[in-house]
Design a binder for this molecule. Structure first.
Ligand SMILES: [Zn+2]
Ligand SMILES: [Zn+2]
Length: 269
């Protein structure tokens, strides 16, 4: 690959977010549609960057769409300019137009990343952040001015680079893998659930659900367990005090109950 892993993953993340961002820009430009994209919060995240104005919403959404459509055309072997958004494009329509282009680009991203003529200009068009009002808006330009509300959660394992418990998990959207990003200052580590052979999906996996499944009919109440083996509830409880049976949350595993009953019958015979 001709760009470092860190840049590759950042490029990929911005591509994956592009449709949500464009949909969001159009929803602010057309407030009647805002509810559709209310997962995204409006704020200017940095004091160094001037607050965007209304015309920026139109420019940014149109520039991003044009750029991504151009790259989707290119990947498909047609080198022609990308279509922009019609002036009155609604948020959901704009989202779908961009998602279509992004799906095509992501499908070919590994090949593009290995082509020096292409990868730098793709990065230029997608992940560069301009200080002032951009001449041509990138996805990253829009993302820093109108950040996505991701409501990610904290991971229960440390960052593999800085070793701090600072990784946030963001569930995958639009059919994309879940993402893991370190939030420590100066540590830009990120990966998704498919990177490195799926390693990070297991590192940051939630603890396995408890073994006990009270709704499974094979987990019996004390009364049901006693009825099954034709003993009194007192007898079954005695098996527990003799450590022959181990209830889980007050339930008894059917096969265990049958096994102990068979053992007891063998002893009695
Ligand atoms: Zn890099
Ligand atoms: Zn880190």
């Amino acid at each position: 690959m001709l760009i470092c892993e860190r840049c590759y993953r950042s490029l990929r993340r911005h591509l994956e977010d592009a449709a949500d961002i464009v949909g969001h820009l159009r929803s602010i430009a057309d407030p009647t549609k805002a509810a559709v994209f209310d997962r995204i919060r409006v704020q200017s995240s940095s004091i160094e960057i001037p607050a965007p104005v209304a015309a920026d919403l139109i420019d940014a959404s149109n520039d991003i769409t044009t750029t991504l459509n151009m790259w989707a055309n290119h990947v498909a072997g047609e080198d022609r300019p990308g279509a922009g958004l019609p002036a009155g494009a609604m948020a959901d329509a704009a989202h779908d137009v961009v998602q279509l282009a992004v799906d095509v680009i992501l499908e070919d991203l590994d090949r593009l990343a290995n082509d020096s003529h292409q990868v730098y200009s793709l990065c230029e068009g997608v992940m560069v952040v301009h200080k002032d009002a951009p001449d041509v808006w990138t996805v990253a330009d829009a993302a820093v001015r109108w950040p996505l509300e991701d409501s990610p959660r904290w991971a229960q394992a440390a960052c593999p680079v800085c070793d701090l418990m600072a990784v946030r998990i963001q569930p995958g959207r639009n059919g994309r893998p879940s993402r893991y990003r370190c939030t420590t200052e100066d540590c830009d580590w990120e990966a998704n659930s498919k990177d490195d052979g799926g390693l990070w999906a297991s590192v940051f996996a939630e603890p396995a659900p408890a073994e006990v499944r009270p709704h499974d009919p094979r987990w019996l109440t004390l009364a049901d367990a006693a009825r099954l083996v034709e003993r009194t509830t007192g007898t079954v409880r005695n098996w527990v005090t003799q450590n022959l049976l181990a209830p889980q949350m007050g339930r008894y595993w059917q096969d265990d109950v049958l096994a102990v009953a068979a053992q007891k019958r063998g002893e009695a015979a």
